[in-house]
Design a protein around this ligand. Sequence first.
Ligand code: 5AD
Ligand code: SF4
Length: 478
Amino acid sequence: MVHEAQETTQSLKVIDEARQGSVLYKEEWEKTASVGAKRFYIESYGCQMNFNDSEIVAAILYEAGYLPTRQLEESDLILINTCSIREKAEETVRKRLRVFEAVKRRRPGTLVGVLGCMAERLKKRFLEEEKLIDLVVGPDAYRDLPNLIRGAESGQRMVNVLLSREETYADISPVRLDSNGVTAFISIMRGCDNMCSFCVVPFTRGRERSRDPFSIVAEAQDLFMRGYREVTLLGQNVDSYKWQNPETGSIVNFAQLLEMVAQIHPRLRVRFSTSHPKDMTDEVLYTMARYDNICKYIHLPVQSGNSRILALMNRTYDRPWYEERIRAIRRILPDAAVSTDIIAGFCTETEEEHQDTLSLIEWANFSMAYMFAYSQRPGTLAARRYKDDVPEEVKKRRLNEIIRLQTAISLRHNQADIGKTFEVLIEGDSRRSDCDFCGRNSQNKMVVFPKKEGYKPGDYVYVRIHDATSATLRGEIV
Ligand code: 5AD
Ligand code: SF4
């Protein structure tokens, strides 16, 4: 690719228009600004990690001279970062590909690339199934993108879906694409070694590996200096974070990493996701208790309330173990909120076992939950070993019962906050009204409150709660 690096004010304006509300670091656009640069458009699906990967992809493309755009019609390169977790996620992606196909018909030179988990799962087959695709790139191959794009520009269809045991993109500082300028995600590890029987992730994202803690701390420090006030450390299973210093042999575990990030500044909040019940240690809980800026919120997916189903899911804990972990949280962090993930209608689940999930939800008093009907994924342990024998309408009914119960519990949980005052980090305007701000409390509850003179996003404010729904708290600055 040939670009003329003309750093003029006009080029900055062009880039500024391309941003369309997304926050890019100014220094970065100045560094790479060039008139007539090619433009990429990227759309992301799936987990937060996937969105963070898109920011890494943006950084790699930036370095290669591409600029981001929000306009499909003006892009030279359309990328879709995909998710394979449930069939529905893949269907959504296929639908979007039809839209891109139409754009490509109108603008024949446009390249279309599929990134992420679906690229990894389907590999070369994708090119046979989808005739318009020029690039198929798996989650560990993003550094190769400039190369692959060059190949595609010369008319070849390019694939790189190699998984790596080492790649953590530690040295790449993500371009914050859709940032509010206050909160950001930092990937601390990649892949997953757990082998939950329902889950496609170990196949799409490969083996677990942890990122150098010093690069994590440097990224968080940099964000703080740029005005960010909250970082969320991301991993499929943060509790198994483990980094060995190649020189000294000493090991940094997750509790220690958490502490290193928390010590950057008391005004930099630290969150993390996701914890695994089998690995979540008291050491992490005690570290959380010691630092006010480590948010008192734990996302602890349980999946099912029944021990037989948990064994089939290969979660390697049973219900009593999970209950003990919840008790440890209540003991060590009395004001912490816990949320969870639930799967309804896993293979062979009986009505009674479904009732166990309902009773666990009631007992645990989760502040929130992500709830799904089981979706069989090709290649997983469950797909190979068990029959997906719970009829679709039974799955749906069980899921609805779970959602109904959890919504009532979330409402009760939130109503218990009425009258309390929380420290809230202002993230920006509320979605409903630009007369209101929104932000989260330490427990990760969204709080909406009227704006007040002198306050701006990135400020911490005290808000007294006077109202609650199952999803939001409402209050006023005090
Ligand atoms: N079907 C339904 N839900 C699933 N999840 C993962 N795999 C599946 C599947 N095959 C859910 C789990 C996990 C969350 C990210 O997605 O609850 O914690
Ligand atoms: Fe989807 Fe899982 Fe891949 Fe994230 S890791 S994009 S949730 S399949």
